[in-house]
Write a protein that binds this ligand. Structure first.
Ligand code: VGL
Ligand code: ZN
Length: 210
């Protein structure tokens, strides 16, 4: 992989895997492929969904509402989720089989109680920056490859924001799994194609880290 390439691995956390609080079907099936893919990249960034226990994206914070319903928040519509990835819990920890020791940055997101953050670049108001755009730009990493969970939320929103910021973006679609609620997967795939995100099956050609 070239010096300008970076692999962004999104939310490979226990709560998104079978047995977790917001379990994604086959969420754990991507762990081994991602470990393999990451070995071919010199530069790897991880994200970690990291919510306070009373986070506003949790249905439990909205009496009378249930998980997977959508409500209107000041910044727009927000899907409500089961409590998940609470800061410091085992559910928020990376999957135990996830092994990418050379990752250079772990970016936590979703830590503000009042606002969710699917994207690794901007919170769900599309304005509050996480700092990742500046980090990548300052390091000259402008070719982004993305894998992880979930295809239709944190992966797609990260890919779309990265395109808006001018990065070249490839989503390694076989190394992602989707939640797929209310047509979210089909919509996310269409939006990514429309935005010029390359959706690639299989694993990128292996190269020794530069
Ligand atoms: C995610 C829903 C809520 C994700 C995170 O990682 O895609 N989805 N929090
Ligand atoms: Zn979350």
């Amino acid at each position: 992989m070239a010096e300008r390439d970076v692999l962004l691995i999104v939310d490979v956390q226990n709560d998104f895997c079978p047995g977790g609080r917001l379990a994604i079907p086959e969420g754990d099936a991507i762990v081994a492929p991602i470990n393999r893919i990451a070995a071919g990249f010199a530069h790897v960034v991880l994200t970690q969904d990291w919510h306070p226990g009373d986070h506003a994206s949790f249905a439990s914070a909205h009496p009378g509402h249930r998980p997977f319903e959508s409500i209107d928040m000041p910044y727009g519509p927000q899907t409500l989720w089961p409590d998940h990835c609470v800061q410091g819990t085992l559910g928020a920890a990376f999957h135990p089989g996830f092994a990418v020791p050379h990752a250079e940055l772990v970016l936590r997101k979703g830590f503000r109680r009042e606002i969710d953050s699917y994207s690794a670049f901007f919170e769900n108001d599309h304005r509050t920056a996480t700092g990742l755009g500046g980090y990548l730009r300052e390091r000259g990493l402008d070719r982004l490859f993305i894998a992880g969970l979930a295809t239709d939320f944190c992966v797609a929103w990260s890919a779309l924001d990265a395109r808006k910021l001018g990065f070249e973006v490839t989503v390694l679609i076989s190394a992602c799994r989707a939640i797929d609620t209310a047509g979210s997967l089909a919509a996310a795939l269409a939006d990514m194609r429309q935005a010029g995100v390359a959706l690639v099956e299989g694993e990128p050609r292996q190269a020794s880290p530069s």
